[in-house]
Design a protein around this ligand. Sequence first.
Ligand code: IVH
Length: 656
Amino acid sequence: MNELYKLVKYHAGLYYDKDSPEISDAEYDSLVRELKQLENDYPQFSRNDSPTQTVGGEASSLFAKVEHVTPMLSLDNVFTHEELVNFFDRINAEGFVCEMKIDGLAVSLIYEDGIFVRGATRGNGRVGEDVTENLMFVDAVPKKLINAPAGRVEVRGEVLMTNERFNAVNAVRESKGEKLFANPRNAAAGTLRQSAKNNHVIAERGLDIFLYYLVDAERFGITTQEGALMWLSSHGLPIQSAYKFYETLDGVKDFISHWQNERYKLNYHTDGVVVKLNDITSWPEIGATSHAPRWAVAFKYPPEEARTRLTNIEISIGRTGVLTPVAILDPVTLAGTQVSRATLHNADEISRKDIRIGDIVRVRKAAEIIPEIIDSDKESRTGTEKIFTMPGKCPACDSEIVRIADEAAYRCPNRASCPAQLSESLKYFASRDGMNIKGIGRKLAEKLTASGKIHSLSDIYTLTAEDWMTLDKISTKSANNLLAELESSKSRPFVNLITALGIPDIGKNTAGLIINHFGNIDALMNASEEELSRIDGVGEVIARSVHEFFRNDDNRKMIENFRAMGFNMGGEILRVSNELEEKIFVFTGTLETMTRDEAGEKVKAMGGRVSSSVSRKTDYVVAGENPGSKLRKAESLGIKIITEQEFLTLITTSVE
Ligand code: IVH
């Protein structure tokens, strides 16, 4: 149970706070279910702070916090018809409204005399984030209601991104070499929950909204959920049209099975159906748990699977030379889209599942975009299926493949000149966390390496306008733009260069920690593995990876090329960005990863100041375990309160 507590908390954090999940919603749901089951069976071991007892995430310090006078609850999920029947038996009433469960981000909107005055996210259900400013840039949110109702009105609903917008946004990100959004929900949440400074991004992304809840509906003489939906609509608030009233359970079941496949025709992502008791007046009496109301339930559809034939297994080679087997499939429709490729993860997985070329396989959408193979149907084999073996030579450069003893992975060791690795490395080099070169995405990276004109990352800076024009069939003007873009990338912060190198296991945060310690390229290049591993947050694996990288002659040569071209190589002063210059920090409570003195040193190293008491001049209060009265004072003064983790992120991302 303890393990599950941690696991669920971890994944909930990724989902709700970071908008960047690592596992599929279905996998997450099944962890929660397992934990709930255990809590049921062993109540003596359940904890009050269990993630099953809370709602969503924590409010981010990017936004002011707002308290929800009426808590914003979540919904209990059911996954089977049997569980649905149990819900009906418990409620023991008739008349239900079925609505699609929209996969977005819950928000509360407040109108005063018909004017939009405040919008907030759910946060942890009691305290959410004030996203009023951001919502001002979402056209779909009415700023003025029709037939303006007098006084204060609170409505709730879901901010979402339509499939169309999602695909368009991801296409642009792909072309820029940026990380793709895993699914429309994350895209919507990531768009809304960013600094209001980026409001043009928010506007461009074209978010949508559907409202489904009128707080204190009875104040308006409304007694049913259907009535509430009509009220919302009549005041110009968008509601989804696919809702329906049913007297009995049978009707509800019909709705659920009707939409199981029909939902893919909707222009937005849904993962289930919400069943609500229509009679609002009996809601208070039926009540709610700390987590969810008892008068409603969410029926979640099982993750979509499909059967098809696996016709071949291809090898894709990643940036660090890892070979990933990819299944080529007879195209099949899965969750509304055509799928013809799926990941097989690695060779072990293929032999463990005994998947053969020619097999009929089950495919499923994992983290929503990359489908994976679940298993193969052994019964339907004809004897012509072929067992797959990993190639002994790299399909891109013919190097002998190596298998590292303690890894499942096969690798092409030819870091320096394997065209497949180079093309992946280039894509990464040009990505936003790297040198942020607009215009170099996957296609161009492939053309570049295929042309034979570049053999190392630094070579892209030696190409002429003519080279680019022949390579990409572009105009003189575009070629010159690209050259200008490349030129300006040379002055990107040092941390971007270190990230762009694509050293295995080093993302921007780790790169920040490392350069914070060494300061400049020479100290870093000559660092011992030992010294590297002593840096907080680095550890042995990363230390070895960095050390190995700089022991390689080709890599050192490349660094010298960058130096000669005038790249930013660090220096005495790490602070190029002076975001934290003169900022006043106050620490309260016990920190986990360092002492308060050490934290204070870090602040000073960034040009900030540390104070022992909170005043109006304080910029940040960092709250550790068991914070004291300083926290309350900070709250009362409305000073930004951040966690230790956020503090670490703040100082590392400010090392630019
Ligand atoms: S009603 C107090 N209706 O799903 C109950 N929620 O997993 C309020 N959701 O927190 C929720 N579509 O963010 C309701 N038609 C719908 C919904 C919906 C999506 C979200 C909502 C809720 C979450 C629970």
